[in-house]
Ligand binder design. Structure first.
Ligand code: HEC
Length: 146
């Protein structure tokens, strides 16, 4: 009996990473990172089951639908949070592809400085500094329907 339990734990244990490798697994990991990496302090999203994540402050930039959209496209009170550097990037035509977003979320200052070709200060103070976590977060953001 003891052996059997140990065996099923082993099977379950090895099955987990296999699940995490498909797209859905990454998006799920990304949703957890979105919470853990404190993104919800300054942002909100609505998940596909209608759950709102993040504090509903009107100055929190809503990231639902950000993948594929023009940079800095939030309207209303939250648009006051965009930095001069981000507005410059928008004027230069920055569109949030998954690749761009992974770089920005990992290190906002580095990404905007490289994109604008001059030293930039983003009003998003810190990135994840962890490209793999950023990839999962972007898979999560891309999985949101709007
Ligand atoms: C302390 C507040 C704060 C935290 C924490 C934060 N952000 Fe931001 N975020 C901002 C601000 C402010 C901007 C606008 C940046 C700019 O204009 O330079 C922004 C911009 C963005 C954008 C671009 C939005 C757009 O409309 O173009 C994305 C995507 C984003 N953040 C994702 C994240 C993710 C993912 C996390 C967690 C890893 C995170 N942010 C953590 C404040 C924050």
């Amino acid at each position: 009996m003891k052996l059997k339990i140990a065996f099923s734990a082993l099977v379950l244990g090895t099955a987990m990473p296999a699940i995490a490798q498909d797209g859905t697994g990454e998006a799920e990991a990304g949703q957890a990172f979105f919470q853990q990496k404190m993104c919800t302090t300054c942002h909100i999203v609505t998940t596909n089951d209608g759950t709102r994540m993040g504090s509903p402050s009107p100055i929190n930039i809503d990231l639902s639908g950000v993948v594929g959209s023009e940079a800095a496209s939030a309207e209303g009170p939250s648009s006051s949070r965009y930095s001069a550097a981000m507005k410059t990037a928008k004027e230069k035509g920055l569109v949030w592809t998954e690749e761009n977003l992974i770089a920005f979320i990992t290190s906002p200052q580095v990404f905007l400085s490289e994109y604008n070709g001059s030293s930039a200060v983003s009003s998003m103070p810190l990135g994840t500094n962890d490209a793999e976590a950023s990839e999962d977060i972007v898979a999560f953001l891309a999985s949101l329907s709007e």
